[in-house]
Design a binder for this molecule. Structure first.
Ligand code: PMV
Length: 324
């Protein structure tokens, strides 16, 4: 059995498109794949949670992903049935497609007894992401592969700070891996269950930006500074300041018009239920909100569930695999 991690963006989504830093974190939750039985031909994926079966010859991106990964195996194929299990929702900004890619690649490598390093896995996962998302930034597959906390930025615009432990070049950015936190920290993820498309939201921000760069550049720059400060606040357990900054980042994302009534209501409800801070995560327009309330996650989940929200607890900040 092999896992790919889900991700959240703590600070700096959209700002990162303009070169500013974003702070992403792997979740302790993700997607797992496991080989169920050998087959004489074809790889077949069974996703029992949604009653779905996909073979590599079917139409659609999941089948294409399966075909690509099978093609890239550097040896004769040993076919099998693969079971997929997900602990995170799909199409909600939590990096499910990247987590799936990494879990699938690792599972087929293990089944064929092939040793690949994390960089090879990450590169193939990026190609799988391209099947799902066209021209991905590479953040999701990197976090899904390596885990941990990761600061990403355009190296021409923003040099990596001294507290970054090691770096990795992605197609568009540099990823800087941060030291794990002494204790992983809890995050409550609230689902709006509203579908959204990252590309449309990125395009919307681009059209706002083009109409008035002088207005929007400082907003993006400020979100970038949150990404840099976020890790220091977490390491120093300055949780109140971290929570305040989540709220400020949510307000700036509202000014970029990427929030929506559901996310804003979830934000209000999370604060009323005792969260120290909350913000949308990822592109916005739906998807998920993250709420921060260290040590009181169960109470927060209980109160939000009472109001009708689907939510769950995850944790971030643990060293999940070896960084490059
Ligand atoms: O696709 P999502 O919801 O994980 O969001 C992507 C984050 C953006 O900054 C909005 C886009 C990007 O490519 O970095």
């Amino acid at each position: 059995m092999a896992q790919g991690y889900g991700k959240i963006i703590l600070f700096g989504e959209h700002a990162v498109v303009y070169g500013y830093p974003a702070l992403a974190a792997a979740l302790n939750l993700g997607i797992t794949c496991s080989v169920q039985a050998p087959r004489s031909s074809d790889f077949v994926l069974h996703f029992k949670q949604v009653n779905m079966v996909v073979t590599e010859h079917d139409p659609g991106p999941i089948a294409k992903a399966l075909k690509l990964v099978a093609q890239e195996l550097p040896c004769p194929k040993k076919y099998c049935d693969i079971e997929l299990n997900s602990e995170i929702p799909f199409r909600a900004g939590l990096g499910s497609s990247a987590a799936f890619a990494v879990a699938l690649i690792k599972t087929l490598l293990a089944w064929h007894e092939i040793q690949w390093n994390a960089e090879q896995i990450n590169q193939l996962a990026y190609q799988v992401e391209a099947i799902f998302h066209g021209t991905p930034s590479g953040i999701d597959n990197t976090v899904a592969t390596y885990g941990g906390l990761c600061l990403v930025a355009d190296p021409h615009k923003y040099p990596m700070p001294s507290y970054v432990a090691c770096t990795l070049a992605l197609p568009k950015f540099i990823a800087g891996f941060l030291l794990p936190l002494a204790e992983p920290i809890g995050i409550v993820v609230i689902q709006t269950n509203k579908d959204r498309e990252t590309k449309k939201l990125v395009d919307h921000v681009r059209s706002l930006y083009n109409t008035n760069p002088a207005l929007y550049e400082p907003i993006l720059a400020e979100m970038g500074t949150f990404a840099s400060k976020g890790y220091e606040f977490l390491v120093n357990q300055n949780y109140r300041a971290f929570g305040d900054m989540l709220n400020q980042n949510h307000t700036l994302l509202q000014r970029l018009e990427v929030s929506c009534p559901e996310l804003d209501q979830a934000h209000k409800d999370a604060l009323a239920a005792g969260a120290w801070g909350a913000k949308l995560t990822g592109a916005g327009g739906g998807g998920c909100l993250i709420a921060f309330c260290p040590g009181h996650e169960s109470e927060l989940i209980q109160e939000l569930s009472r109001k009708g929200w689907s939510c769950f607890m995850a944790s971030i900040g643990k060293k999940l695999t070896n960084t490059p």
